[in-house]
Write a protein that binds this ligand. Structure first.
Ligand code: VGL
Ligand code: ZN
Length: 198
């Protein structure tokens, strides 16, 4: 069975010094680069928002970053402005071996809907196209690494499991935001869905 590595959002804004920095986000680079050399199919995702994106607290007058709002598709965390299309913050970390990737998939480019998962936007139904790509390449198993464990990695893992892939999350090559217990909740949800956490 063909196995794919999916590297989630290893971008400057999620690394120390970035707009939505994940603690130790850059500490995973050596392991991620090594993994890129050992899978047949290698995909990178890139969070890629327009400046007027609805997930930014700055676009909700009076709302604080990390507060919650209700969107037509459900509850949504309001984030600091991050990964704006074409900015340095949206670029991949300079230490990531981007040239090793077969495919870069951008997500979150529609202003009115966020997209944590590499497979579906946050309505859990609008596809990114990644499922079709992986199926066309005969992929049956995926390993996920990257940022952040409890948001984009977890949402991607849960969707991959729902789509029928065998899913592994290599925790040593992930780092979390951990907002109000979100890491423990995400791990429990992933385990319950049959995702292997290593
Ligand atoms: C992410 C929050 C907002 C992530 C992306 O990559 O986990 N988190 N956008
Ligand atoms: Zn984002």
């Amino acid at each position: 069975m063909t196995e794919a590595l999916i590297v989630i959002d290893v971008q400057n804004d999620f690394c120390p010094g970035g707009a939505l920095a994940v603690a130790g986000g850059d500490a995973i680079l050596a392991e991620v680069n090594a993994l890129l050399g050992s899978f047949e199919v290698k995909v990178l995702t890139q969070d890629w928002h327009p400046a007027d994106h609805a997930s930014f607290a700055a676009n909700h007058p009076g709302a604080a970053p990390f507060s919650m709002v209700e969107m037509p598709y459900g509850p949504q965390v309001l984030w600091p402005t991050h990964c704006v299309q074409g900015t340095a913050g949206a670029a991949f970390h300079p230490g990531l071996q981007v040239d090793a990737a077969d495919l870069v998939i951008r997500k979150g480019f529609r202003a009115q809907i966020d997209s944590y998962s590499a497979f579906f936007e946050n309505d859990r139904s609008t596809p990114t196209g990644l499922d079709g790509y992986l199926r066309d390449r005969g992929v049956g198993a995926v390993t996920l690494v990257g940022l952040a464990t409890d948001f984009c990695v977890a949402y991607s893992a849960l969707d991959a499991a729902r789509l029928g892939y065998a899913v592994t999350v290599q925790m040593s090559a992930c780092r979390a935001i951990d907002l109000d217990g979100s890491l423990a909740a995400a791990c429990a949800q992933m385990r319950a869905a049959g995702v292997v956490l290593t």
